[in-house]
Design a protein around this ligand. Structure first.
Ligand code: MN
Length: 239
């Protein structure tokens, strides 16, 4: 099994800065969507990823440990630098290890798996509207237009420690993984995302570019970041 990937990040059509950051360092991938006044959002998302870069180079930390360390780094900076006080970021990281996809996340940047033309959301948003859906107060449909749909219940950097969700999936040849910021999912529903992914099979660069283009055509109200990861046969027989 081998992987082929492509990433795209775009400012969108409304914002004046792109506060999303991403890492495409196969077999390691991450998306972070920063928030905060001044340049806080950019600082938070970048610092989260550079913290994880350093841990990745050292080796042995689990993804969950990496995300918790990134939380400490962003929180410490926010606490000691008045210019970026209160900043925070989402963080969704993924890596492929021996045919297994590992995902860890905080916030509402999502991971999806396209398998046999079905799209499955691997992560659960840490948002108020997801909570309301979970307890049956509103439907998933209503969540898409809810006035408080941007409210995060969990975010990286605003507290000294954070709870991290972790998932693992045994990958198969033909699988396609998507990581994305909410600038994509606020504009395109899952069926539309599924169709773009399914129709660009084998071309992650085309898929990534088309997702961004369609999110912009739908309004582009937020920064849009996507990473598309294809799981391929390595030609050596056993995958
Ligand atoms: Mn966003």
């Amino acid at each position: 099994m081998r992987i082929s990937s492509a990433a795209a990040s775009d400012i969108g059509r409304v914002r004046d800065r792109n506060e999303d950051s991403f890492r495409e360092a196969a077999p390691y991938f991450a998306v972070a969507d920063g928030m905060g006044g001044h340049r806080g959002g950019e600082v938070a998302s970048r610092l989260a990823l550079t913290t994880i870069d350093a841990l990745r180079e050292k080796g042995d930390a689990t993804l969950g440990e990496q995300v918790r360390e990134a939380n400490r780094a962003v929180h410490e900076r926010a606490r000691t630098d008045a210019k970026v006080a209160g900043m925070g970021t989402t963080l969704t990281v993924a890596r492929v290890v021996e045919g297994t996809l590992q995902v860890a996340h905080v916030g509402d940047s999502r991971a999806y798996l396209l398998r046999d033309h079905d799209l499955q959301q691997l992560t659960t948003d840490h948002t108020l509207v997801q909570r309301l859906v979970d307890i049956g107060d509103i439907t998933a449909e209503e969540a898409l237009t809810h006035p408080q749909r941007n409210v995060l219940l969990r975010v990286l950097g605003t507290e000294p420690s954070v709870e991290v969700d972790e998932h693992e999936v045994a990958l198969r040849v033909g699988d396609r993984v998507l990581l994305c910021s909410d600038g994509l999912t606020a504009m395109l529903d899952d069926e539309r995302i599924r169709r773009v992914l399914a129709s660009t099979d084998g071309h992650p660069d085309v898929g990534a570019a088309r997702l961004v283009a369609e999110a912009n055509e739908a309004g582009g109200v937020d920064n849009i970041t996507v990473i598309v990861i294809d799981v391929l046969d390595d030609g050596g027989g056993a995958a």
